[in-house]
Design a protein around this ligand. Structure first.
Ligand code: NDP
Ligand code: GDR
Length: 397
């Protein structure tokens, strides 16, 4: 039975990767941070009672800022594969805590590599480093002749996060060359899912579209509507991580879809899932997204609720039956949504001091060498996220 250690196991990718490796018959160990409230929601379904026989999923308390802890866990586990996914991964937040990001995302990578070397596991343990398209910084002149970023494109990070991750990238490559370690970078472009952190733009949009459609929120505030990203599904991307460590030779790979969309396109698709058509008006910080029309059949199919239309007011009647109180109360909620209401506004608070305008990756090497093929396209991704968030929002009263 192969053993894998995942840093960042409680995050979006860590949870999908743990599922994948358990399915493949691995013994999976994950590092979680001590927090004052629960932070294991994404992996709770994988929990196994440690007193049972044949346990294959283990969690260890730890932190990438703590070398002794990293060394001890790696010594204890003796992993065949380490996936270093732990990071402060929010680009905008990295401008607020640049030193911390350098410590976790940059030096944290060194701590993992150095632990493997100190413990003499260079020949045994393969290491995957979660590198990122943020390394390219969206510099137009650095794209290849086909107009994509690939494994040979120069880097130009545009945030403390990107600057920390570039150290992680190079130190991984250096340990591979200096000590003959099987250490690889996956340069992954944006990937999302129903488990995506709630402050990343896609999840923020799908949560708000679901909440607005159910009458639980009035308006979504966003930053740069014209940022362009290459969005894939996290479930597909963790498969690439695994494939990278199964190759004969350690190499770096770009993982991307090769297709782009703007933030505003994602907004239109998410609202489109519930039958809402958005009309954009105004310019710059004054631009707004207005609810232009509603396709009632799509709304019914997505939400299971029927709209009552009266002029430009659409209402949904909901019945909440509260069986927890002694009186078993029944409440009728009248939710109203008005056509021509502003449902999206720009808030400059979400602008970044330096922005990455456009990212598009060239997946040729990963498709030909790894045989990697994503299953989800953008429509499938949006559908999966909207279904997830409509379920979540339907439960909130
Ligand atoms: P998440 O933000 O969802 O998860 C990050 C994980 O790192 C969480 O488990 C978090 O723990 C953990 N973590 C944070 N700080 C520390 C620390 N000091 N010590 C140990 N663990 C820590 O990120 P994703 O799952 O989306 O991304 C996984 C990795 O891939 C990250 O390194 C990210 O930078 C990188 N990446 C992500 C891309 C994407 O589009 N998703 C694209 C390219 C790269 P906790 O739950 O306690 O906060
Ligand atoms: P990104 O993802 O910075 O690409 O980093 P994010 O979803 O945060 O932003 C994507 C783009 O959308 C614009 N944007 C907004 N972003 C957020 N978060 N909130 C908003 O309200 C908003 N409005 C517009 C941003 O300006 C940006 O251009 C993600 C992370 O997962 C990194 O860890 C990873 O390395 C990269 O993807 C690849």
């Amino acid at each position: 039975m192969k053993k894998a250690l995942i840093t960042g196991v409680t995050g979006q990718d860590g949870s999908y990767l743990a599922e994948l490796l358990l399915e493949k018959g691995y013994e999976v160990h994950g590092i979680k941070r001590r927090a004052s409230s629960f932070n294991t929601q994404r992996i709770d379904h994988l929990y196994q009672d440690q007193h049972e026989n044949h346990v294959s999923f283990f969690l260890h308390y730890g932190d990438l800022t703590d070398s002794t802890n990293i060394i001890r866990i790696i010594q204890e586990v003796q992993p065949d594969e380490i996936y270093n996914l732990g990071a402060m991964s929010h680009v905008k937040v990295s401008f607020d805590s640049p030193e911390y990001v350098a410590n976790v995302d940059g030096i944290g990578t060194l701590r993992v590599l150095e632990a493997v070397r100190i413990l003499g596991l260079e020949k045994k343990t393969r290491i995957y480093q979660a590198s990122t398209s943020e390394l390219y910084g969206g510099m137009p002149e650095n794209k290849n002749e086909k107009g994509f970023y690939d494994e040979n494109s120069p880097f130009y990070p545009r945030s403390p996060y990107g600057a920390a991750k570039i150290y992680g990238f190079w130190i991984t490559k250096n340990y591979r060359e200096a000590y003959n370690m099987f250490a690889c970078n996956g340069i992954l472009f944006n990937h999302e899912s129903p488990r995506r952190g709630e402050t990343f733009v896609t999840r923020k949009i799908t949560m708000a579209a679901a909440a607005i459609a159910l009458g639980r929120q009035d308006c979504l505030y966003l930053g740069n509507l014209d940022a362009i990203r290459d969005w894939g599904h996290a479930k597909d991307y963790v498969k690439a991580m695994w494939l990278i460590l199964q190759q004969e030779k350690p190499e770096d790979y770009v993982i991307a879809t090769g297709k782009t969309s703007r933030v505003r396109d994602f907004v239109e698709m998410a609202f489109g899932h519930v039958g809402f058509k958005i009309r954009w008006e105004g310019e710059g910080v004054n631009e707004v997204g207005i609810l232009d029309s509603i396709d009632e059949e799509k709304y019914l199919a997505a939400t299971g609720r029927k709209l009552n239309v009266k002029g430009s007011t659409l209402s949904v009647q909901e019945v909440d039956i509260n069986t927890e109180s002694d009186s078993h109360s029944v409440t009728l909620n009248q939710l109203t949504i008005n056509l021509n209401d502003v449902v999206v506004r720009v808030d400059p608070e979400y602008f970044r001091p330096t922005e990455v305008d456009l990212l598009i990756g060239d997946p040729t090497k990963s498709k030909t060498q790894l045989g990697w093929e994503p299953e989800y396209d953008l429509e499938g991704l949006v559908e999966d996220m909207m279904k997830g968030d409509l379920t979540v929002m339907s439960k909130i009263i």
